[in-house]
Design a protein around this ligand. Structure first.
Ligand code: MF3
Ligand code: CO
Length: 271
């Protein structure tokens, strides 16, 4: 690689044929995620969700982007309440009123998809937790809107930060979004805030996994003894939404399309 190769040159640009393959991986990733969302109910253990995911990956005859990645032991990440990301399926039982984040990725013909969502469990999810979920999902869409040719990646990061900041929620800094394509993680890194270093200009065909992780309290997190499960430092609850998108001429083109969970307006949030 020439020494003067710039940051933007290290970000792969995919052609329409490659994007159609990424869309297939994205569609499978979304289908698996939505199917997992449909079985969430009070009383289920996170191990049961993981086991069902194993069955879905078999049924789809696709690869699993997470299982075995850096030794990750789960089929997907299942993160409950104060868990922010990378929760591993186990004996924890979901209770009415909890919120749970599901994060899953499929590999189809060597192309990767990555997506995540957070849902409430049962009928008694607090208004505060529902606000957190709606704001986090809307933050993702504010970022996606800015994922257009000619913008700076800073516009994506800044749109997420600017939308979330007025709510007073914590914006997780230790984990970020990422490029995705032939690997789960490619260039660039995508913070959910404006970093203090320059970011590249976006070109049509760059593939971004945008994934705001937002908390009701502090942005600080810590990793548990299992080396994966990441929880908020102050025990506050956290939400996480993610889509894989292709940078387009009018905004990010979502490759992991699924229905939205909640619109902020439905909760009377107008910001
Ligand atoms: N969506 C997460 C990410 O992009 C999930 C990765 S979990 C891992 O990093 F187990 F695969 F590392
Ligand atoms: Co990701």
């Amino acid at each position: 690689m020439p020494a003067d190769k710039t940051m933007a040159d290290r970000i792969p640009v995919r052609n329409p044929n490659e994007i159609s393959k990424l869309r297939k991986a994205g569609e499978v990733s979304a289908r698996i995620l939505m199917e997992l969302q449909s079985i969430i109910r009070p009383g289920i253990t996170t191990k049961e969700i993981d086991d069902y995911a194993a069955e879905l990956f078999r049924r789809e005859k696709c690869g699993n982007a997470f299982f075995g990645y850096a030794g990750y032991p789960g089929q997907l990440c299942i993160s409950v309440n104060e868990e922010v990301v990378h929760g591993i399926g186990g004996p924890r039982v979901l209770r009415d009123g909890d919120i749970v984040s599901l994060d899953a990725g499929a590999i189809v013909d060597g192309w990767y998809g990555d997506n995540a969502l957070t849902v409430g469990v049962g009928e008694h999810v607090s208004v505060e937790a529902r606000r957190l979920m709606a704001v986090t999902e809307e933050a993702l869409f504010r970022g996606i809107e800015q994922a257009k040719q000619g913008n700076s990646l800073m516009d994506v990061c800044g749109a997420i930060e600017d939308y979330v900041r007025p709510f007073g929620f914590g914006i997780v800094r230790d984990f970020v979004g990422h490029g995705v394509g032939r690997h789960l993680h490619e260039e660039p890194q995508i913070p959910n805030y404006r970093p203090n270093y320059p970011l590249p200009r976006l070109k049509r065909g760059m593939i971004l996994a945008i994934e705001p992780m937002i908390t009701l309290g502090s942005y600080r997190v810590r990793v548990l003894e299992d080396d994966w499960t990441t929880i908020t430092a102050d025990g506050s609850w956290s939400a996480h939404f993610e889509h894989t998108v292709a940078v387009g001429s009018r905004g990010g083109e979502i490759l992991t399309e699924r229905p939205r969970i909640a619109l902020p307006e439905q909760l009377g949030i107008t910001m």
